[in-house]
Design a protein around this ligand. Structure first.
Ligand SMILES: C[S@@+](CC[C@H](N)C(=O)[O-])C[C@H]1O[C@@H](n2cnc3c(N)ncnc32)[C@H](O)[C@@H]1O
Length: 257
């Protein structure tokens, strides 16, 4: 009897598959650069990608001449960002640093800090199969305080979060080509409004073999009011929700130190 080979992908690789489908990357990068221009951010400015993941959009920004440093608490992600950068012959400074430790590593040196890809809500639960909502709230608050601490006076903080109107749902993200052939990706989003927990499961189906894999992630169901409260408590000013061309997945907030 033939042995069916199992297939293994890391979460960073699976996130990379999703990014291919959920963004028109060029449109989003152009949208971000438009924002930079409006906010006085130039190629001389120093930018922090806090929770850089596998390198979107930091690698693209570096390719376009911007000075971006990446940090992430996941050593798997830091490995992936280096692999992705090397494939594109880009050099990136990326550190394995938790948001809570940013102020220990950096002074107030950044003109712009962004934390995107709906990352903040995973502050105390990424790559874990459990979540304690109260711990997540503490870690989210500490993260925002640390973002504030590493900004220069007048510097800008960009944070995106789960869409305000999101309802629990299942969504076909599309089909990606991998070295094992085509893979269909489905996202399932569940909300536990009482516990304030959001479960996001990425389900993969390998079309050739029929093999299925599921990657659940648990996050804090952060409301926009809570996010704005944390911004205010951290002493950020001019807090506003903004629109970025090409950002159709998450809601974006901006604050100024
Ligand atoms: C959904 S991924 C998004 C990655 C990337 N920002 C993007 O837009 O593709 C979430 C990222 O947040 C990072 N992260 C979560 N909690 C963190 C923390 N407390 N400190 C630093 N990074 C964290 C994870 O390791 C992961 O790389």
């Amino acid at each position: 009897m033939p042995i069916t080979q199992d297939i293994f992908y890391s979460l960073p690789e699976v996130w990379d598959f999703c990014l291919e489908k959920i963004y028109d990357k060029k449109e989003y990068i152009d949208g971000l650069i438009e924002l930079f221009k409006k906010e006085g951010i130039s190629k001389k400015s120093l930018i922090l990608d806090a929770g850089c993941g596998s390198g979107f959009p930091s690698i693209d920004l570096i390719e376009r001449g911007y000075r971006v440093i990446g940090t992430d608490k996941s050593s798997e992600m830091v490995r992936q960002v280096q692999l992705n950068a090397a494939k594109r012959k880009v050099s990136i400074e990326a550190y394995n640093t938790m948001w809570a430790n940013l102020a220990k590593q950096f002074g107030p040196v950044f003109d712009f800090v962004y934390c995107r890809g709906n990352s903040l809500v995973y502050a105390a639960s990424w790559e874990q199969n459990w979540i304690v909502p109260g711990r997540s709230r503490e870690e989210i608050e500490r993260a925002i305080q640390n973002f504030y601490a590493v900004l220069k006076p007048g510097g800008k903080l960009y944070v995106d979060v789960t869409n305000k109107d999101e309802k629990p749902h299942k969504e076909n993200i599309g089909i990606v080509k991998t070295k094992e052939g085509e893979v269909e990706i489905v996202w399932e989003i569940e909300h536990d409004a009482n516990a304030k927990v959001r479960t996001w499961t990425i389900a993969l189906r390998f079309l050739d073999s029929g093999l299925r894999k599921a990657y659940p992630s648990y996050s804090y169901l952060l409301s926009h009011t809570e996010l704005v409260d944390y911004f205010e408590k951290a002493r950020l000013k001019d807090i506003k929700e903004i629109k970025i061309n090409g950002e159709k997945n998450y809601n974006v907030f901006l604050g100024t130190k």
